[in-house]
Design a protein around this ligand. Structure first.
Ligand code: DOR
Ligand code: ZN
Ligand code: ZN
Length: 431
């Protein structure tokens, strides 16, 4: 099987490539790049005018299976990923049962192999049942195929558990993905604490609730030498702490989400529960600090924290609503429209933040168009204009604050192992 992707603008930040080149794929692998490649016996994809990138990787996704299949499952979640331009997702362990042992890891991997249409890499839990009291069997999780550990959805409130997690994970070269939130400081808060929480009359969550945990975990990363990765960093203070930790040479990385980069707490004015997320949408000053950190290398990758919910969990008072945004199908368009098109982020940096950036964090052999690598490819059309309509989502979660928004710049083709799986928001692979 030979496939030639012709005439596109190839952007491969890992290999410092930004050029109009053809890409030859053979038997699911990248065969060669260049101009005037031999196209005999090739199926041709005309990519002229399009941007051809290594497959996008989202290291923070909630696929909800096992246990919460009414919110999402591996089939629907990987379809959403493919339509959103992602070829690899890492799935978080806050399922039921929790991904805290070999059997559950095995179940997720087997299900992904059977019904998944993109690569699924499981994240195991830090603590048994994510109860924060006792470490999971980390060696067992690694052997079973986990690429990281995390108690995401909940913070690890006990510092000694986090210390041991960093220590153990270090032995296996795994990152510890930390959901930084001091629950005592959150104290029942519903949105960012600031001007708008006062105006809207909702209890606030101070930026410090995140920052004290980022600071604690950085201190523990220094103590242990373990790889600490901060999930969904959302405040100026978190950015300053990570920047400083990196300058010191610590093994600390971080991700930011499309929503924290593009929406601020002001939009909570209509009490639309789709704006409720954890950490909460912050004020403009924090949003601007995240954008700055995106440019100076403090941020390693963009991750969606795709958190699909059943509509009933959002169709209620702000106070009662579940936290989370269904983000896989809008991430690229949001970043293209809000940051790349206005010139706030270079397209090459965007591609890096979705490819070699996340691959580096997770230590996985993906995120480049090097010869011999799996042909995971994302093609973007920066001309497509579409209005976000959650009813068309492949995800079961239609909870998005971007609904009704017109965005320009969408993924148009997603290839996994050289096979076209999605095109212009529709699944083309039969599985
Ligand atoms: O908004 C969120 N939703 N934040 C989290 O940390 C967990 C996630 C979920 O699982 O719904
Ligand atoms: Zn989280
Ligand atoms: Zn999450």
């Amino acid at each position: 099987m030979r496939l030639l992707i012709k005439g596109g603008r190839l952007i491969d930040p890992f290999n410092h490539i930004d050029a109009i080149q053809d890409l030859l794929v053979e038997d699911g692998k990248i065969r060669s790049r260049g101009n005037a490649l031999d196209d005999s016996g090739c199926e041709i994809i005309d990519a002229s005018g399009k941007i051809v990138c290594p497959g996008f990787i989202d290291i923070h996704v909630h696929l909800r299976e096992p246990g919460f299949e009414y919110k999402e499952d591996i089939a629907s979640g990987t379809r959403a990923a493919a339509c959103g331009g992602f070829t690899t997702v890492c799935c978080m362990p806050n399922t039921e049962p929790v991904i805290d042992n070999e059997a559950v890891v095995g179940f997720v991997r087997e299900k992904a192999r059977k019904v998944g249409i993109v690569n699924v890499l499981p994240v195991g839990s830090i603590s048994k049942k994510q109860a924060g009291l006792e470490l999971s069997e980390i060696a067992e999780l690694v052997t079973a195929g986990c690429v990281a550990i995390s108690d995401d959805g909940k913070p690890v409130m006990k510092a000694n558990i986090m210390r041991n997690a960093l220590d153990y994970a270090k032995m296996f070269g795994l990152p510890v993905l930390s959901h930084c939130e001091d629950l005592n400081l959150v104290n029942g808060g519903l949105m960012h604490e600031g001007y708008y929480s006062t105006i809207y009359g909702l209890r606030g969550i101070p930026a410090a609730a995140e920052e004290v945990m980022v600071a604690r975990d950085i201190i523990l990363a220094r103590l242990t030498g373990g790889h600490l990765h901060i999930c969904h960093a959302s405040t100026a203070g978190s950015m300053a702490l990570v920047r400083q930790a990196k300058a010191e040479g610590l093994n600390v990385t971080c991700e930011v989400t499309p929503h924290h980069l593009t929406l601020s707490d002001e939009i909570i004015d209509g009490y639309d529960a789709d704006t409720k997320v954890n950490p909460p949408l912050r004020s403009e000053e924090h949003l601007l600090a995240l954008r700055e950190a995106l440019l100076d290398g403090t941020v390693d990758c963009i991750a969606t924290d795709h958190a699909p919910h059943h509509f009933e969990a959002k169709d209620c008072e702000y106070e009662l609503a579940a936290c989370g945004i269904s983000g896989l199908e809008t991430a690229i368009a949001v970043i293209m429209d809000k940051l790349v098109r206005p010139g706030l982020l270079d397209i090459k940096d965007m591609v890096k933040l979705f490819t070699s950036g996340p691959a580096g964090v997770m230590g996985i052999d993906k995120g480049s168009l090097e010869e011999g690598k799996s042909a995971d490819i994302t093609i973007i059309d920066s001309e497509i204009v579409k209005t976000v309509d959650p009813r068309t989502f492949k995800s079961k979660g239609r909870n998005t604050p971007y609904k009704g928004m017109e965005l320009q710049g969408w993924p148009c083709m997603t290839l996994v192992n050289g096979v076209l799986v999605a095109q212009n928001g529709e699944i083309v692979l039969k599985k």
